[in-house]
Write a protein that binds this ligand. Structure first.
Ligand SMILES: *Cc1c(COP(=O)(O)O)cnc(C)c1O
Length: 381
């Protein structure tokens, strides 16, 4: 039966524990499982490969993305790494030129050394993605909205290009969360999440996820997941599963607060530029409207006439927002991408993507919007 999102967020993958009736999925803090005779077990052999708490989380996340299969990882980067292991030396990947810093780093610093080539294009222009394809292209990797300048890529249009060329198509859906956008429905083969962010939502777990529909793909990815052992423990799986129960409510609050904060900042004299896809003059607004349920709580701002020193001074003065890396938790965070999340990208490439020294990224939390606006008012005064 096809339940709606909120029902899936609370129930998918979870059943009252058969041995005790416990309503909440227990933390199965075990590495191994009794077998009644060799090979005769209840579906669980060793927790690197399978664990019941993790399995409940994987089934829940898969349901939220309208996928058949989910795999949970010890981090978003471990999930990304698992996908990249499908590639062979000589293969090429077409990807966006405005990526999460860690994705850029694993592409260029880890996988390039194994002979894989990454072609960076402006993914807001689907034709630029098409032009990046050669007969060696095996993977298209898209992030939308992007981090931190919130550029939009048309998931469905790029999906058609991937299909025409028989190329595996992955969407990093971290910024939107499964509540706002479901890439598998729009033609993606794999959805990747840093579950550290909105999915867990409480800034107390680092975790990643992959969701897919193809059983062949699931088997290939499961092989690396188990062979490499980049899987999360039961405690973290439990926390993420608990966090998910309020994903829909949190996202509604993030979006409502995001809108209020963005509107306050829009015409502020200290703001030179604001990136938020909910504004009609945002270049990706039409795409966002088409493929997202709402516009999210991520906002980036360029401060007017501020050098690095002044930007640091402003970033350090917040009282409600916390200066920290990461995003997607219930608490509001401010981040300085050029030196924090995107510090691993060379300056020239970074600045071309709009990650200038006076850019700040806000992850608008679910506190009272008036307090958030008051905090910004004071910091910018
Ligand atoms: C944080 C993040 C990642 C990496 O995830 P981790 O859980 O930190 O390993 C990947 N993509 C995006 C868009 C992110 O924000």
């Amino acid at each position: 039966m096809a339940y709606k999102f909120a029902t899936k967020a609370i129930h998918a993958g979870q059943h009252a524990d058969p041995s005790t009736g416990a309503v909440m999925t227990p933390i199965y803090q075990t590495s191994t499982y009794r077998q009644s005779s060799p090979g005769n077990h209840k579906g669980f052999e060793y927790s690197r490969g399978t664990n019941p708490t993790r399995k409940a989380l994987e089934d829940c996340v898969a349901a939220l993305e309208n996928g058949q299969f989910g795999l949970a990882f010890a981090s978003g980067m471990a999930a990304t790494d698992c996908v990249l292991r499908l590639l062979q030396p000589g293969d090429e990947v077409v990807t966006g030129d405005d990526l999460y810093g860690g994705s850029y780093r694993i592409f260029t610093k880890v996988y390039e050394q194994y002979g894989i080539k990454f072609v960076f294009v402006n993914a807001s222009d689907s034709e630029a993605v098409r032009r990046g394809i050669t007969e060696k292209t095996k993977l298209i990797w898209i992030e939308t909205p992007t981090n931190p300048t919130l550029k939009l890529a048309d998931i469905e249009e790029i999906g058609k290009i991937a299909k025409q060329n028989n190329i595996l198509y992955v969407v990093d859906n971290t910024f939107a969360s499964p509540y706002l956008q479901n890439p598998l429905d729009l033609g993606a083969d794999i959805v990747m999440h840093s579950a550290t962010k909105y999915i867990n939502g409480h800034s107390d777990v680092v975790m990643g996820a992959l969701i897919m529909n193809s059983v062949e793909l699931y088997k290939q990815l499961f092989f690396f997941y188990n062979a490499v052992g980049s899987t999360p423990g039961p405690q973290d799986s439990f926390l993420a599963l608990r966090g998910i129960k309020t994903l829909h409510l949190r996202m509604q609050a993030h979006c409502a607060n995001g809108r209020k904060v963005a509107e306050f900042l829009k015409n502020h004299p200290k703001i030179e530029k604001i990136y938020w896809p909910g504004f009609e003059d945002h270049p990706g607004h039409a795409i966002a409207k088409k493929q997202m349920k709402d516009f999210g709580g991520m906002i980036s701002i360029v401060l007017k006439d501020a050098d690095l020193q002044e930007t640091f001074r402003i970033a350090s003065r917040f009282k409600v927002f916390t200066l920290a890396e990461s995003l997607g938790g219930v608490e509001s965070l401010v981040n300085h991408p050029a030196t924090m999340t995107h510090g691993s990208i060379p300056r020239e490439i970074r600045e071309k993507a709009g990650v200038v020294d006076n850019l700040l990224r806000l992850s608008v939390g679910i506190e009272d919007a008036e307090d958030l606006i008051e905090d910004l008012k004071e910091v910018l005064s």
